[in-house]
Design a protein around this ligand. Structure first.
Ligand SMILES: [Zn+2]
Length: 453
């Protein structure tokens, strides 16, 4: 009989555990942290919680990681990230990412084929709040607040999506897209010019070789892709709305459409009094934004980031949260799956040692990516046939032609022979001279539009 009782009480405990789901309520900081640790406790073998640093007021910027080997980068397994609540008063992303965390955990536990594959093949990093201080300010006002901007900024009053080093300006030097648009070096004094939250994120994205990400906002319903900053900022009195595509424009459009069409209504285009065909927009063609996070990801790292505007109401009432989750659930999962396309592989030397920092160039798309610490690289591409070159200092370049299908990434490995005669290293003096000249010209500008991503 005691055995039966033990089994029975275990069952009750199990049921209670399931019942303690992330509820459709707004989560203050302590509650958010508890929710993250509850998920970690429910799925201990495929999750890890870490902090990338602290906010101005000392709150941790927590990340929940999903992987079959948490804490470890496995070669050829791409790194994905979601960042929510960068604007403290735009709270839906924060709640959606808590729901997503629990969803991934529960689906994994119940053996869902789709989520199991996703967790085994991808390292997923989820940061529900990049601006926990701003959130607390907004949450004190509550959903019915009329103070539209209350809590948007961090505790120093800075808009974090206007706080990243302006790398676009280096690229648009002399009014022309003349400089490189990838791995642009940071200005020497960048650390003293950014907020603690921004600093933490820059160090984070420098330490992980992220491939794809999304930054979740509110105030409109649209999937927004780079560039956010238009090239021509000379006509300051006019509305600066110039379509400013990246060399990966078609790919970005497809990524954005993946989200908008998997979303309940984003793809319809008419939302919150605005119209966006297919529910997507180039950032600068909507309005130009300087020092944003998504352009920074593209120009400084290997990561392709888009910005998701998810609700007209920045602080929706709790009654709306479940409906919002149902509208976004499939889109949030489908967007992660987009990381598995294009080409990936190892760049190694003749002794099969991985070469870190090797440059992968695709003919016809002037945006290079680099290999990670272990020599693995990931290059998102649309289906098609591509000529791809791998090069690394001290090695002979290697070029191959490969075909990319729609379903899974093609594996393209490179084994580079050492240069017989070492070439002198390519110097980047023109780049750094340009940096110095431009540092003075970078002037943050406030824009005054109803909706600001
Ligand atoms: Zn925003």
């Amino acid at each position: 009989v005691p055995d039966v009782l033990t089994a029975f009480s275990k069952l009750i405990l199990l049921l209670l555990e399931v019942a303690a789901a992330v509820s459709f309520l707004h989560h203050r900081y302590e509650e958010m942290v508890q929710a993250l640790f509850r998920v970690q406790n429910e799925c201990p073998y495929v999750t890890r919680i870490y902090s990338i640093g602290r906010s101005v007021q000392g709150r941790h910027l927590y990340v929940l990681e999903f992987s079959d080997h948490p804490g470890i980068h496995e070669p050829l397994e791409p790194e994905f990230k979601y960042v929510g609540n960068m604007h403290g008063n735009e709270v839906l992303g924060r709640e959606l990412l808590l729901q997503l965390s629990e969803f991934l955990c529960e689906e994994y536990r119940r053996g869902s084929e789709r989520v199991t594959r996703l967790v085994h093949d991808t390292r997923i990093h989820i940061m529900p709040s990049m601006n926990p201080d701003g959130y607390e300010v907004a949450a004190k006002q509550g959903p019915d607040s009329i103070g539209y901007l209350t809590g948007r900024n961090n505790a120093n009053g800075v808009d974090l999506n206007r706080n990243f080093p302006d790398l676009n300006t280096f690229m648009y030097y002399n009014g022309e897209i003349s400089g490189p648009n990838h791995h642009i070096p940071l200005p020497d004094n960048w650390k003293s010019q950014v907020e603690p939250e921004t600093l933490a994120v820059i160090q984070w994205i420098s330490n992980y070789n992220f491939v794809l990400s999304a930054n979740l906002h509110g105030g409109a319903v649209v999937a927004n892709y780079p560039y956010d900053k238009s090239q021509d900022t000379r006509f300051r009195s006019h509305r600066r709305t110039f379509n400013t595509p990246t060399p990966d424009d078609k790919l970005f459009q497809k990524l954005a459409k993946t989200y908008s069409y998997a979303h309940g209504w984003m793809h319809r285009g008419w939302n919150c009094g605005d119209y966006f065909a297919d529910g997507i927009t180039n950032g600068a063609s909507w309005y130009s934004l300087s020092k944003g996070m998504q352009d920074f990801n593209y120009l400084y790292t290997n990561c392709f980031e888009i910005t998701l505007e998810l609700s007209c109401n920045k602080f929706p009432p709790e009654e709306d949260l479940e409906r919002q989750w149902m509208a976004n659930r499939e889109a949030l999962v489908a967007f992660i799956e987009e990381i598995h396309q294009g080409i990936k592989g190892m760049v190694s030397d003749e002794n099969n040692n991985g070469i870190a920092g090797a440059v992968i160039s695709v003919q016809g798309i002037s945006h290079d990516v680099t290999s990670g610490d272990m020599g693995d690289y990931f290059r998102l591409l649309l289906p098609g046939t591509y000529t791809v070159t791998a090069s690394a200092e001290g090695y002979q370049s290697q070029t191959v032609t490969t075909t990319v299908g729609p379903a899974a990434p093609s594996l393209v490995h490179f084994q580079l022979k050492q240069d017989v005669v070492r070439k002198p290293p390519e110097h980047k003096t023109s780049g750094s001279r340009m940096n110095k000249a431009l540092q003075k010209k970078v002037v943050p500008r406030a824009t005054h539009r109803r909706t600001q991503r």
